[in-house]
Design a protein around this ligand. Structure first.
Ligand code: HEC
Length: 306
């Protein structure tokens, strides 16, 4: 069936098959690479946010808690109210919730998942508890990245250990009687105590819907397919023009010419300027025409003795 098709159709069928094969290979090989690439991109963004939250914690601890507030109100209360803004964990939580109001960060979640938290919503769930226990058992692990399944949809997460890294933390996190009375009034005396210096008490976690990673990968894949398709369209246009002007048009002319010569309606030579294969063919058919004319003339002069 392929033999019956015209040259142009054949060429375009071949180009289309090559394109499809390349798209297939691209789908199989590249999607894995693009997925990793998208993961890295989301991870990089999450890491910047995580580092920013760590800086917010450090700032609050050193400049607010140990600095201004310690001088202005050493018992950490104003009018009997606990000064929450002196707590590193509180300022990180608040800064992140402000950040989430911006569209491009609205689906990032921040949590200081803790085994025994001061603020109940910080309690590590089953999955997070495993991560924290892993960090506690192997303190040289500094980071964990992966996917987790939730009923509401899969999440991509990045986690780092949260360590009691300063003596000043123990004012509020060792025993309830050492903590400011106003803190106990606000947060109770059940959680967030009994921590020790250098203990890993939780995991700082940033989580993003996994669909964000997949969408990023799909966007890159569409871009690659788009670029490939554009390349193929340009190649197809150039090859079709070449086929038309270099092969099909001269061949069509040659077949019309040979029909005219064979029916006797023309005795002109076939004109072709190029020196490629078509040019060689043109020279050959012209020679063939001359040989044929000579044979015919001989036949006319000696009709009895061919
Ligand atoms: C002034 C008392 C105070 C100090 C000092 C303090 N914290 Fe806290 N911490 C709290 C309170 C109160 C919360 C709950 C804040 C909230 O509303 O999210 C908290 C929250 C946390 C959390 C989140 C989990 C939880 O318990 O809810 C971690 C982790 C934490 N603190 C670690 C530390 C570390 C590490 C330091 C020292 C750098 C420190 N804290 C210093 C009072 C304090």
């Amino acid at each position: 069936m392929f033999q019956n098709l015209k040259l142009g159709v054949k060429l375009n069928l071949i180009l289309l098959s090559v394109f499809l094969v390349i798209i297939l290979i691209n789908g199989l090989l590249l999607s894995n690479i693009l997925q990793k690439n998208a993961e890295q991109e989301v991870k990089d963004k999450a890491l910047v946010l995580m580092e920013t939250m760590t800086s917010v914690r450090e700032y609050t601890s050193q400049q607010v808690n140990q600095g201004t507030i310690k001088k202005l109100s050493p018992d950490l209360e104003i009018d009997g109210q606990f000064i929450k803004t002196s707590v590193p964990g509180y300022s990180a939580r608040e800064v992140f919730s402000n950040l989430r109001e911006r569209e491009q960060y609205s689906d990032f979640f921040y949590k200081e998942a803790t085994l025994n938290p001061t603020y109940i919503p910080d309690k590590a769930d089953k999955f997070e508890t495993k991560i924290v226990e892993n960090f506690r058992a192997q303190p040289d692990i500094k980071e964990k990245v992966g996917f987790r399944q939730l009923d509401a949809g899969d999440l991509f997460y990045i986690a780092r250990p949260l360590q009691v890294n300063d003596e000043s933390c123990l004012v509020c996190h060792s025993t309830p009687d050492r903590a400011p009375a106003s803190q106990i009034k606000t947060y109770g005396d059940k959680g967030g105590f009994g921590w020790e210096l250098n203990e890993i008490v939780g995991a700082q976690m940033i989580q993003v819907p996994a669909s964000r990673v997949f969408e990023e990968a799909r966007r890159l894949q569409l871009l690659v397919i788009g670029i490939l398709a554009a390349g193929f369209v340009i190649a197809a246009v150039i090859l079709n023009l070449f086929l038309k002007f270099s092969i099909i048009t001269p061949l069509t002319k040659m077949s019309k010419w040979s029909r005219d010569v064979s029916t006797g309606s023309s005795d002109a030579d076939f004109e072709h300027k190029s020196n490629d294969e078509i040019g060689v063919l043109a020279a050959s058919v012209n020679r063939l025409k001359v040989s044929l004319e000579m044979a015919m003339n001989m036949l006319k002069q000696n009709p009895e003795n061919p």
